[in-house]
Design a protein around this ligand. Structure first.
Ligand code: ADP
Ligand code: MG
Length: 690
């Protein structure tokens, strides 16, 4: 609903300008995020009810939510014992049967509202097969004889997200009224301006499947009406897709203009390198780069020698060898005389990188410096912090600085920063990414992630980054077998772990919590389970690792585990990212249902790094079919891409995006788990419109 810049759209008027919205209602609407007429028109229904005919109460079936229409024949408060809480109960009746409805917490207004003789629509689900038929906490809507009948019954009716004090009926009336008054003012969007929009009636006679989206999309104004008051349920989906397409187009425009602006303002530092360090590095690495790694490096080299600063996302499943790619990229910048910053999400990972890079780079005469919260680089980092003049610094040979978020916090300004590498991007927010990059004078940026990003998210969230994918794992890796087991089987599982340790291998044992919480005693915690594990594994030594342990102690435990002195590492998901100990071949995760799919995949990525066969055991007593289905996915595949797509479908984008969500535009109609085809269309459209 864009409008010429100097002319304010009538839809931007406050919602209080609508007849029937006073101060109190405006306040309630604000709670729903509705401030303007436009907000109201775009308030997406939560579901629809087909009220063209009602199910007789007699025909209600178990486990099938339905709407019935009944008149109250009895109502009252029930108290079980004196002083205990009171329940409110009503008996409704239609021509076929009676239905009891109850609310566990009687409210003072209920007896007046649910008065004998009043007629209500009731949406709910039968409690169980027992008589009498009962709904607990149904959604109800008063049927008022008279004027608005054509809005609320005898049609497909929207049910919107509500807030206390605002009924479905009132909100529906307001939206109806807003449409009557303002529909004609709803402007066409860029989508409608480049594609012929079919008239409303022509669209509604088709079924959604026949209506190839974007050839026969309804006009935007039609879509806004159809999303609230569809003639058929399929219309609502057609309308949603049209409005979602508008959102994705807006998003793509934002991405494009950000990228354009960036390219107009930034010139790249010449960082392609000359192989002076790369050649000896590759010779001493101990393995040959995979074809996938080599390809990605070609793309990176082209970027780093190009006109615009690199903005590249490198995705590769856990264990695909992103670190080696990072090292090669760093060498290109170092060869060109620039400094490099590498940022990791945890101290453990930063330290691990520091160890690897020191081992690799020392021979080449490149300085590697660690900068974490608990350990500041001695030497250059500090000198930079102390604000020494950059000229004296830039005369030093170039170096790579490795750290956590601490690299972001004030004062640490690197001169001649040529390349910034962010490892495991899914742990960083967009805002953080921006802060880091602003540190230097448009250094090249390489973002690495092990959570393969479902394409919809990639195209929207990372739309301003170019994407490289390492789609092959280095050879010579043992297989990972995954099993889901119940806690009953734990003794056997520990026996199995002891056997593996006896043959020289090591294990990770992961719990969701650090400490047992009072509210959720069933969720196991490392601090408590550690003793049990120690007992179960005697005489083998176990170590404990979680976020509340001091850094120095953490480092000691990790070192002992790496040195194979500690045989089992009992930890929280802290070890989820990056930790690389190839001799560890068993991953036991208890209360597995408490982890996200992507997270479990990451954890599993800690094993299968050596030549030995590896085993991942997910322990869960979860009864819920959805929880079981999720764990089954891990049993079935080790393909991170499939897992990420499944996770997105099961849990929605929120979980995957984490902090990044705050940087993303809020989508009312678009669904990042389902709408890949719309995201693609939006990209094409924006491409055509530019
Ligand atoms: P990730 O992509 O998860 O960050 P890493 O970079 O930690 O993976 O690599 C996992 C393991 O694979 C490391 O031990 C690394 O040394 C090894 N590795 C990386 N590239 C190759 C390769 N081309 N051939 C053999 N091993 C490799
Ligand atoms: Mg890694």
């Amino acid at each position: 609903m864009s409008s010429p810049e100097n002319q304010v759209s009538p839809l931007a008027a406050p919602v209080a300008s609508l007849w029937g919205v006073g101060e109190e209602r405006a306040r309630l609407l604000a709670r729903l995020g509705i401030f303007t007429i436009e907000d109201l028109l775009l308030h997406k229904p939560r579901r629809y009810e087909d009220r063209r005919k009602f199910l007789p109460i007699r025909d209600l079936k178990l486990n099938e939510p339905a709407t019935v229409r009944g008149t109250i024949i009895a109502a009252g408060i029930k108290r079980f014992k004196k002083g205990t809480r009171a329940m409110f109960e009503c008996v409704f009746e239609d021509d076929s049967a009676r239905l009891h409805c109850r609310w566990w917490q009687a409210q003072p207004w209920m007896p007046d509202w649910y008065a004998v003789g009043r007629e209500f629509l009731l949406f709910g689900k039968l409690d169980d097969a027992k008589k009498p038929r009962t709904f607990t906490h149904p959604e109800t809507e008063l049927v008022e004889p008279g004027d608005d009948e054509f809005i609320h019954v005898n049609r497909i009716v929207p049910v919107h997200p509500l807030t206390e004090g605002l009924s479905a009926r009132v909100l529906r009336s307001l939206i109806w009224r807003a449409l009557e008054k303002h529909e004609a003012q709803i402007e066409e969007s860029p989508v409608g301006r480049v594609t012929p929009c079919a008239p409303y009636s022509a669209i509604t006679r088709r079924r959604a499947e026949d209506c190839a989206p974007y050839l026969n999309v309804p006009a935007r104004a039609n879509a806004v009406r159809m999303i609230h008051f569809p003639e058929e349920l399929t219309d609502a989906e057609i309308a949603r897709q049209r409005l979602a397409l508008d959102e994705f187009v807006t998003l793509q425009f934002q991405i494009h203009s950000r990228r354009k602006k960036f390219e107009a303002n930034a010139t790249a530092l010449p960082c392609a390198g000359d192989n002076r360090l790369m050649k000896p590095f590759l010779a001493q690495l101990g393995f040959k780069l995979t074809a996938a790694q080599a390809n990605v490096l070609k793309e990176i080299r082209a970027d780093m020698g190009g006109r615009h600063p690199m903005r590249r996302l490198l995705q590769g499943d856990v264990g695909s060898g992103k670190t080696a790619v990072a090292a090669c990229s760093a060498l290109m910048a170092l060869e060109s005389g620039f400094n490099v910053a590498l940022m990791a999400p945890t101290e453990i990972l930063a330290e691990q990188h520091c160890r690897n890079f020191s081992r690799w780079f020392e021979l080449l005469g490149v300085q590697v410096e660690l900068q974490t919260g608990s350990k500041k680089a001695e030497g250059r980092g500090q000198r930079a912090e102390a604000g020494r003049s950059p000229t004296s610094l830039s005369q030093l040979p170039s170096a790579i600085f490795i750290g956590t978020h601490a690299l972001l916090t004030g004062g640490f300004d690197l001169p001649k920063l040529g390349l910034v590498i962010i490892d495991e991007q899914h742990k960083f927010g967009v805002a953080q990414r921006e802060t880091l990059v602003r540190k230097g004078n448009y250094p090249h940026l390489l973002v690495m992630t092990a959570t393969p990003i479902p394409r919809t998210l990639g195209l929207t969230l990372y739309g301003d980054l170019d994407v490289s994918t390492i789609d092959e794992l280095p050879g010579g890796r043992g297989q990972i077998k995954t099993f889901v087991r119940t806690t009953e089987k734990l003794p056997k599982v520990f026996e199995f772990i002891r056997e593996k340790i006896a043959t020289g291998r090591q294990a990770y044992i992961v719990y969701p919590r650090v400490e047992v919480a009072d509210t959720d005693k069933d969720i196991k915690a490392v601090t408590k389970e550690f003793e049990n594990v120690q007992k179960a594994l005697t005489p083998f030594k176990a170590g404990l690792l979680h976020g509340r342990i001091k850094s120095a102690e953490k480092e000691k435990v990790m070192a002992a585990f790496r040195a194979n002195e500690i045989k089992a590492l009992v930890a929280t998901s802290l070890i989820e990212v990056g930790v690389d100990v190839p001799n560890a071949t068993v991953m036991l995760i208890e209360n597995a249902e408490h982890f996200g799919l992507a997270q479990l995949h990451q954890l599993r990525g800690r094993i299968g790094r050596g030549a030995h066969e590896s085993f991942c055991i997910l322990v869960s007593d979860a009864q819920h079919p959805e929880a079981q289905a999720r764990l089954k996915i891990l049993e079935d595949t080790t393909d991170g891409f499939k897992i990420a797509e499944a996770d997105l479908k099961l849990r929605g984008p929120g979980e995957l995006l984490g902090q990044q969500q705050s940087g993303a535009m809020k989508l009312r109609f678009g669904n990042l788990a389902e709408d890949l085809h719309l995201v693609r269309q939006a990209r094409t459209l924006v491409g055509n419109l530019r």
